[in-house]
Design a protein around this ligand. Structure first.
Ligand code: SF4
Length: 806
C-alpha cells in the first residue's frame, strides 16, 4: 500500500531570537516544525543565521520547561525541591506576593528584569512588560542598558536629543560610506550584513573600527584596529583631521549644532543674554549668545524660536565680550570642540589606540569624500568605563559629516502610525525619581527607568537607597550576563520573592521561588508594527502566527503579563486580560486590523515615504530642530557640565587597563575584551546539538606570539586570570589580534549531553563564566557601564590538560 504523502505547511513569519527579526518561512510537516528558512519577500528576510535555522531544535529541546514550578526548599539548598503547580495557583501566588511586597515597601521594591530584546525574543512582549511596570508602579527595569544600548540609545540624547544611531538607523541603501564601530552585523544583525554586502557591491566604502578582524572588518576598505576602550581618542583624532582640513559640513555645524554659541572661559557656561544685559531685555538665562564675525558683535540665539538675531559664526580663537559684570573672555563651543580634537593629532592617536597615523587621516578623508555617511555602533563601545565619552566622541564626529537624517545617512524612517501603549501615564507621579541609581548617576540609564544590575544587587543586599524585595524576571540570565556573578547569586538568594519566566532552567532561574514555562516565539502569536533597517522594513506590519503548540503548559510572556495584571487588579489597564484587544489598540492608527493581518500572515506593507532632514521642518514658523536644551545638536553640553561631567567629549584611558593601573600591569599585562559568538545568543543556545557541535568549548582568542611566550599551544586549555578571579577556556590562535589583547566569550554554562559537551560552573575557577573575572567596582561615572570589553588580564597554560566545569 502506498504511504500517504506527508502534509506540509509553510508558514510565513519572522525569527525573533535577536534584533535582526529576520523574515522567515517555517515548514511544518505532519504537524511537526522541521525547518526555518529565509523569506526573501520579507524586508528583513534575505538570510537566516545558524541560530535561526536551529529553531526546530530549540522548540523540541527535551530540557524545555513545561509546567509552572514552585520551590519547596530554601534558596541555597542544592535541591530546590521544585514542585509542579497549576497556572492559576502559580499566578495567584505570584500576584499575592508582589502585592504584599508593594503594600509594605512600595511598588518600587519590586524590580522587573528582562532579557535584552537585541539578543532574545522579548521584543514580542516588551511593550506589555513596560505597561505592566507602569501600572504596577515600579520604575525599576533591570534591562542591562548599561551594557547594551546605552551608547546607541540614551547617551546620544546628550548630543542629538534622540537615539542616534539606535533609532536613526543607517540608510544602507543610499550610503556612500558606512562606518561600523564596535559592531559586527554578521553576528549581531544579519539583515544589516546582507544590506551592507549590497551596498559594497554598488560601490559604498566601509570603515570598521574593531579590535578584531572579524565579519565586516574583514571586508572593510579601512579596518581600524583600536586598542579596546580607546575609541574616544580615535574619534577625536579623526574629527580633528576633518576640522583641520575643512573636511566637514560647515553649514550643518553652524546652523544645526550649538557650535556657534559662546562659552565663558571663566566658568565654562554658555554665555547668556542675561550676562549681556542683566536680564533687562527679558531674554534672561534661557537665551544664548553667538558671535557675528562680520559685524564684530554678539548675537542672541533664542532656543524658543530656534533663530539667531544676526549671523553667527564658528568663531576661531577667543573673543572678549562686554557683560554687565565686565568683559568676559569667550570661545565658541565649536572652537572648544576643535581644541579638544587638536589634542589628538594622528601620531598621538597612533600611540594611544595603536591605529596607524596614516589610517586616521585616511578615515577622515574617506568619511568626507564618500559621504553621505551611515553609521552604527554596538556593545563593543558600550561596555567600558568611559562609554559615555566614547558615544559623545563618535556622535560629535558624525555631526561633522552633516549626514544626519539625510539620504544615505542615519535616518529616522517614517514609522507606521501607532500609539505608544507602554502606559507611561500610568506610572504614579514621583516614581521615576525613585529609580535605583538615579541619585548617584542622575543622567544615567535610571533617568529612563533602566536600573543597573549592580544597583539592584546593592538595593537587595544593603537596602540602599531602599530595600528591593521582589523580582519578576522575563528571561534575563543576569548571573551569567553581568559582572560579579557571586554577588549576584548572593543578592538573588536574599530576595523575599523571585518569579522567573523562561524557556529553560538556568543559573539565574535556579534562584527563583517560582519558575514559569514560556512558549518560544515559534509557539506564540506576536504583533510587530514596523521592522528595522530601511523604509520598507519600517513600513511592514506582521502578526506572526504560531507555528506549533508549546510544550506542556508553557505560555507566552504576554499571557503571563496579562494574567498577572488582572490578578493584581490592573485589568482595566489591560483590556480585561484580552491580548487581542490590546493589539487592536496598537493598530488603531495604522489603518490595519487584526483580521487583515491574520488573513495575510506574510505581513502587510503600509505605504509610507521617508522624509529627510526633519529637523529643518517648521512648526508655526519655528524650526523643529533637536530635543536638546539649545534645540541644536549639542557638541557642547551644559547639561553634562551642570552635573560635573565634561561638557565636550574627552578621552579617558580605560580605568582598568595596564596603563591606568601600572600597579597591576606587571601581573596582568594583557587586555581582556570579548565578542559575541556567532552560534549563540549571549548565554543561550549552547544546549542545541547542531550549534554546540560546532563550538564544543569556550575559547579565548590569543595572538600566536603571546601564546608561544606562555608555552600555550593551539587548542590548549588555559587559565584566564584577572584581579577578580580566574576561569578556563581553550586557546584559539588569532594572528590578526594585537599581541597584548585577548578575546573571551561570555555566556558559557549550559551542557549539551547529546554531543557530550559539558556544562560549566558559573561560580568557580574551573568553570568558564567570563563575567566571574570582571568586577563592578570601577564603572562609567555617567552610565554605570562595566568594563566587560577592556580589563587587565593574564593567561597561562592550564597545565592539567583539562578545563571541565561542573
Ligand atoms: S540573525 Fe539569526 S537569530 Fe537573529 S533574527 Fe535572524 S535568524 Fe534569528
Amino acid at each position: 500500500m502506498a504511504e500517504a504523502s506527508p502534509s506540509i505547511e509553510r508558514i510565513p513569519g519572522y525569527c525573533s531570537l535577536c534584533i535582526s527579526r529576520c523574515g522567515s518561512i517555517a515548514t511544518v510537516q505532519d504537524g511537526r516544525f522541521v525547518a526555518l528558512d529565509p523569506d526573501p519577500s520579507h524586508p528583513t528576510g534575505r538570510a537566516l543565521c545558524a541560530k535561526g535555522r536551529a529553531a526546530p531544535e530549540l522548540v523540541y529541546d527535551p530540557r524545555r520547561l513545561r509546567y509552572p514550578l514552585r520551590r519547596t526548599r530554601p534558596t541555597g539548598d542544592p535541591d530546590p525541591g521544585w514542585e509542579r503547580i497549576g497556572w492559576d495557583e502559580a499566578l495567584d501566588l505570584v500576584a499575592g506576593r508582589l502585592a504584599a511586597i508593594a503594600a509594605e515597601g512600595g511598588p518600587e521594591s519590586v524590580v522587573v528584569s528582562v532579557a535584552s530584546p537585541s539578543t532574545s525574543a522579548t521584543d514580542d512582549t516588551t511593550t506589555w512588560i513596560s505597561r505592566f511596570m507602569n501600572a504596577f508602579g515600579t520604575p525599576n527595569l533591570l534591562g542591562s542598558m548599561e551594557l547594551c544600548g546605552w551608547g546607541r540609545f540614551l547617551a546620544p540624547t546628550y548630543t542629538y536629543g534622540a537615539p542616534v544611531p539606535g533609532a536613526f538607523m543607517p540608510d544602507l541603501e543610499r550610503a556612500g560610506c558606512i562606518l561600523y564601530w564596535g559592531y559586527n552585523p554578521n553576528i549581531a544583525r544579519i539583515s544589516h550584513a546582507t544590506a551592507t554586502a549590497d551596498a559594497l557591491k554598488r560601490g559604498a566604502r566601509l570603515i570598521v573600527v574593531d579590535p578584531r578582524k572579524a565579519g565586516a572588518a574583514a571586508k572593510a576598505d579601512l579596518w581600524l584596529q583600536v586598542r579596546p576602550g580607546t575609541d574616544a581618542a580615535l574619534a577625536l583624532g579623526i574629527a580633528g583631521v576633518m576640522i583641520e582640513r575643512g573636511w566637514f559640513d560647515r553649514e550643518f555645524v553652524r546652523d544645526w549644532t550649538n557650535g556657534p554659541l559662546l562659552v565663558r572661559e571663566d566658568d565654562g557656561r554658555l554665555l547668556t543674554e542675561a550676562d549681556l544685559d542683566g536680564g533687562g531685555r527679558g531674554g534672561g538665562p534661557a537665551r544664548f549668545v553667538a558671535w557675528d564675525a562680520a559685524a564684530g558683535r554678539p548675537v542672541v540665539y533664542n532656543p524658543a524660536t530656534g533663530r539667531y538675531a544676526g549671523d553667527p559664526s564658528l568663531l576661531p580663537g577667543t573673543v572678549r565680550v562686554a557683560t554687565v559684570a565686565g568683559e568676559v573672555e569667550c570661545r565658541s563651543a565649536f572652537e572648544i570642540v576643535a581644541a579638544g580634537c587638536r589634542q589628538y593629532p594622528p601620531d598621538v592617536v597612533a600611540s594611544i589606540c595603536g591605529v596607524e597615523a596614516a589610517q586616521v587621516v585616511d578615515a577622515a578623508r574617506m568619511l568626507w569624500e564618500s559621504r553621505p555617511v551611515a553609521y552604527y555602533a554596538w556593545s563593543g563601545v558600550e561596555q567600558h568605563t568611559n562609554a559615555t565619552q566614547i558615544a559623545r566622541a563618535i556622535g560629535q564626529l558624525y555631526a561633522l559629516t552633516g549626514s544626519l537624517d539625510a539620504p544615505g545617512g542615519n535616518v529616522l524612517f517614517t514609522p507606521v502610525p501607532a500609539p505608544n501603549v507602554e502606559g507611561r501615564e500610568l506610572l504614579p507621579p514621583g516614581q521615576r525619581a525613585r529609580a535605583l541609581g538615579v541619585l548617584e548617576r542622575p543622567l544615567g540609564p535610571a533617568k529612563w527607568g533602566f536600573v543597573t544590575t549592580d544597583d539592584v544587587y546593592r538595593a537587595i543586599l544593603e537596602g540602599t537607597p531602599y530595600r528591593v524585595r521582589g523580582l519578576v524576571g522575563f528571561g534575563a540570565n543576569v548571573i551569567l550576563a553581568h559582572a560579579d556573578s557571586r554577588r549576584g547569586r548572593e543578592a538573588l538568594a536574599a530576595l523575599d520573592f523571585y518569579v522567573h519566566a523562561d524557556l529553560f532552567m538556568n543559573p539565574t532561574a535556579e534562584l527563583a521561588d517560582v519558575v514559569l514555562p514560556v512558549a518560544s516565539p515559534f509557539e506564540r502569536e506576536a504583533l510587530k508594527v514596523g521592522f528595522e533597517g530601511s523604509q520598507d522594513a519600517a513600513s511592514f506590519v506582521q502578526l506572526r502566527r504560531k507555528v506549533v503548540d508549546p510544550p506542556g503548559e508553557a505560555r507566552s510572556d504576554a499571557e503571563i503579563v496579562f494574567g498577572l495584571a488582572t490578578r493584581l487588579g490592573l485589568g482595566d489597564h489591560f483590556w480585561g486580560g484580552d491580548i487581542d484587544a490590546g493589539n487592536r489598540s496598537r493598530l488603531q492608527a495604522s489603518g490595519l486590523t487584526l483580521d487583515d493581518l491574520r488573513a495575510h500572515p506574510e505581513g502587510i506593507r503600509v505605504p509610507l515615504e521617508t522624509r529627510f532632514r526633519k529637523y529643518a521642518d517648521e512648526r508655526d514658523g519655528v524650526p523643529v530642530g533637536f530635543s536638546t536644551p539649545t534645540r541644536k545638536v549639542e557638541l557642547y553640553s551644559q547639561t553634562l557640565l551642570d552635573h560635573g561631567y565634561p561638557p565636550a567629549p574627552e578621552f579617558e584611558e580605560p580605568r582598568v587597563s595596564p596603563i591606568s593601573r601600572p600597579d597591576l600591569a606587571e601581573r596582568y599585562p594583557l587586555i581582556l575584551t570579548s565578542a559575541k559568538h556567532h552560534l549563540f545568543c549571549e548565554t543561550q543556545h549552547r544546549g542545541l546539538p547542531s550549534l554546540r557541535r560546532k563550538a564544543m568549548d569556550p575559547e579565548l582568542e590569543i595572538h600566536p606570539a603571546a601564546a608561544e611566550a606562555r608555552g600555550i599551544g593551539q587548542g590548549d586549555w588555559v587559565v584566564l586570570e584577572t584581579p577578580s578571579g580566574s576561569v578556563r577556556a581553550r586557546a584559539r590562535f588569532n594572528d590578526s589580534l594585537r599581541p597584548d589583547v585577548v578575546v573571551g566569550q561570555h555566556g558559557w554554562w549550559e551542557p549539551c549531553p547529546e554531543v557530550g559537551a559539558p556544562g560549566y560552573d558559573p561560580y568557580g575557577p574551573d568553570g568558564a563564566n567570563l563575567n566571574l573575572v570582571i568586577a563592578n567596582d570601577v564603572v562609567d561615572p555617567i552610565s554605570g557601564s562595566v568594563p566587560h570589553r577592556a580589563y587587565v588580564a593574564q593567561v597561562r597554560a592550564a597545565g592539567d590538560g583539562g578545563g571541565l566545569g561542573g
